[in-house]
Write a protein that binds this ligand. Structure first.
Ligand code: C5P
Length: 227
């Protein structure tokens, strides 16, 4: 069954903790990124794990293979369930990342081409390919190397799943339960459509954390997931 990951995009630990205290449904994944982790480190990740949530560390690792190896080991130490890594770092880096998580429950999620980049930038870099092809190339390499999942737009899931031979977890941000409010997301998709396209983990932030009644929004999303 598809799962819900809540993007815990607060900048102060007090706000994040209060939000988690009030959550009624423990069966959700909590995604922590730079905004909390750089400042608070394991204070926030321990809090999440101790309260029984699954931990999604969104740190998008990208460095030389040995450094990434040690970074992944750190995520294993923190008992993270998911960790993001840039597929652009190359085959050897991906292999070392996979080696580092062996024997643990950690699942690695590959990031391909950031949605903030465009074809013009690829051209500037001298890459003679369009974003769609490059995304598939990088996702294929990652999955082949043993990376467990790919972070992609819900619009890309079908294309990637039909062009990659091995199974992988499709993790999709840009989901809007209520399509009127898009925040700064340009291309959004509702929960049901995202699932029918093949999303396995739906990452949703502001529609939940900024809601008047987050528990109610979560309940509604979970109903769509269970159907
Ligand atoms: O608030 P919202 O639902 O837009 O949050 C989506 C989350 O997914 C944020 O934490 C954002 O950084 C992340 N994300 C994204 N688009 C990507 C990759 C990650 O929105 N391409």
């Amino acid at each position: 069954m598809p799962e819900l990951a809540i993007a815990l995009d607060f900048t102060e630990i007090e706000d994040a903790e209060k939000f988690l205290y009030d959550l009624e449904d423990k069966d959700v994944i909590i995604k922590v990124g730079y905004s909390l982790f750089v400042k608070y480190g394991n204070a926030i990740t321990d809090f999440i794990k101790n309260r029984g949530f699954k931990l999604f560390l969104d740190l998008k690792l990208h460095d030389i293979p040995n450094t990434v190896y040690n970074g992944v080991k750190g995520a294993v130490y923190l008992e993270a369930d998911y960790l993001t890594i840039h597929t652009f770092g190359g085959r050897e880096m991906l292999e070392k990342a996979v080696e580092a998580k062996e024997g643990s429950n950690l699942r690695l999620l590959g990031v391909t081409v950031l949605t903030s980049l465009d074809n013009k930038y690829l051209e500037f870099l001298g890459i003679n390919d369009i974003i769609e092809n490059l995304t598939l190339k990088l996702a294929n390499l990652a999955v082949e190397t043993g990376i467990d999942g790919i972070v992609c737009s819900p619009q890309e899931v079908k294309y990637l799943k039909s062009n990659i031979n091995k199974d992988f977890i499709a993790v999709t941000p840009g989901i809007r339960p209520n399509s009127e409010n898009k925040d700064d997301q340009k291309r959004t998709m509702d929960v049901k459509t995202a699932i029918s396209e093949g999303s396995d983990i739906l990452v949703i932030g502001r529609p939940i954390i900024k809601a008047e009644d987050p528990n109610k929004v979560i309940k509604e999303i979970k109903q769509s997931l269970n159907r």
